[in-house]
Design a protein around this ligand. Structure first.
Ligand code: TYM
Length: 354
């Protein structure tokens, strides 16, 4: 029997943040490092997803390579045969499968996606040239369909993503079940979101908040970057951002994401940087009154993390990476091509039994 697949993708439209790192990269790499004998692990760059909203295209190619280096620096074991890194656009089946899935997806279904609603608003309000929806791309609209293709082509069971992507994961399950009901068992349906969390040892998806506005997600596409810790920030810059993080006027540390979102976020980040259980960190800080001390502890842990990570990033061997990339992409073209053919046969584009 073939191995179950753990798969995730990180877009290349800016430097990556600690949200990307802890929300998706590390859960995948931990599995790759500890359970590579049991699972196939795919960590890829969804480069076609990168310009569903406007970007600087002159930077995209470098950014794609940067992400791939980040995967290696974060500890992805490159020497294991069932661990794969690849670029989505190098495997044409992603685009081909998206078209087929598009034709079984409702417009209303896509229009209801929270990320589409959020980003389609942002895409126009930033653009003084246009006040209409004309500038919101069709690519942004069917972003979740391409994401479903990314997952279903490899029969992924587990898809570690941050909390903001749960709705897309649910859509992936829906479209897989819809086609399975119509055409027979075409796709492996990924596990429900709650089971995914249990598999990764969490009770909910991670959502690191913006340091300046802790009611919103820390996002790599944030305009100012003041509330965002990028993996490329110098330890000093990151420490400054943490020391000026928004807290509250309660004056006492407690983990209450609704009433004290800034403090809860700092406790969460501290736990992640120091590889400790959140409850343990809460126990240590609860009731203390000096927010400055908490910020200082977070800033120190962050500086240490960034210093170590950036040293690893600087020593990544590009030749080794290029060889791994090419081998993975060849293997993934084959694997994805097999799924695509089955689907093409099911919908009548290819004769059965080819
Ligand atoms: P992207 O690049 O926007 O985000 C990559 C991953 O980082 C997670 N993330 C966070 N997690 C916790 N706290 C945050 N503040 C935070 N910010 C980002 C995201 O949830 C995501 O898991 N649509 C995907 C890319 C994708 C994909 C796929 C993922 C394309 N195809 C197939 C899985 C499977 C995305 O949001 O990328």
């Amino acid at each position: 029997m073939s191995k179950q697949v753990i798969l995730t993708g990180i877009r290349a439209n800016n430097d990556l943040t600690i949200g990307n790192y802890f929300g998706a990269i590390m859960p995948t790499i931990d599995m790759a490092a500890t359970r590579a004998d049991e699972f196939q692990v795919n960590l890829f760059v969804p480069d076609l997803h990168s310009f569903t909203t406007p970007i600087d295209h002159t930077k995209l190619h470098d950014q794609i390579w940067h992400n791939i280096r980040v995967f290696a620096a974060a500890g992805l074991p490159l020497d294991k045969p069932d661990i794969h890194i690849y670029r989505q656009s190098y495997i044409p089946a992603h685009s081909e499968m998206t078209w087929i899935l598009d034709c079984f997806t409702g417009m209303g279904e896509m229009a209801r996606m929270t990320q589409f609603k959020d980003k389609s608003g942002a895409a126009t309000s930033d653009d003084e040239q246009s006040s209409s929806q004309d500038r919101v791309s069709v690519g942004l609209f069917n972003y979740p369909v391409l994401m479903a293709a990314d997952i279903l082509l490899y029969g992924a069971t587990y898809v570690p993503v941050g909390d903001d992507q749960s709705q897309h994961l649910e859509f992936t399950r829906d479209i897989a079940e819809r086609l399975n009901a119509k055409f027979g068992e075409l796709f492996t349906v990924p596990k429900p979101v709650q089971e995914q969390h249990a598999f990764f040892g969490k009770d909910q998806g991670l959502r690191i908040k913006d340091l300046q506005d802790p009611t919103k997600k820390m996002s790599k596409s944030d305009d100012t970057g003041n509330g965002v810790i990028f993996l490329g920030d110098t330890p000093e810059t990151a420490a400054k951002k943490i020391m000026s993080a928004t807290t509250d006027s309660v004056g006492k540390v407690a983990y209450d994401p609704d009433k004290q979102p800034g403090v809860a976020n700092l406790l969460q980040i501290l736990a992640l940087f120091s590889h400790r259980d959140l409850q343990e960190v809460i126990g240590e800080w609860e009731g203390k009154t000096m927010y400055g001390d908490l910020k200082k502890a977070v800033a120190d842990a962050c500086s240490q993390f960034l210093t170590t990570f950036q040293a690893k990033l600087a020593s990544v061997d590009d030749n080794l990476l290029q060889a791994k990339l090419e081998a993975s992409e060849a293997a993934m073209r084959e694997q994805a091509g097999r799924t695509l053919l089955t689907v093409q046969q099911a919908v009548g584009l290819r004769p059965k039994g080819q």
